[in-house]
Design a protein around this ligand. Structure first.
Ligand code: FES
Length: 71
């Protein structure tokens, strides 16, 4: 499991997730906001009445940080 931490920007209402990943690793980021392991997907979306699943990210090279919320 890649190392991760979250940062919350209260003033902008955004949650930014930074993930350190190595080549070949994959991670599933929750997009339904119901995961008990947020920001990671724990499969809870399968119990909800919508079609929103995780964002699955896999890298094919080493990255120091992956910042999906970067501007
Ligand atoms: S639990 Fe939220 S997308 Fe899977």
């Amino acid at each position: 499991m890649p190392k991760h931490h979250t940062e919350t920007y209260e003033s902008r209402g955004h949650i930014r997730t930074r993930v350190k990943m190595r080549k070949g690793e994959a991670i599933s980021l929750c997009r339904c906001w119901q995961s008990k392991k947020f920001p990671l997907c724990d499969g809870t979306h399968n119990t909800l009445d919508n079609d929103r699943g995780p964002a699955i990210i896999k890298v094919d090279c080493d990255l120091d940080f992956l910042d999906p919320g970067a501007d």
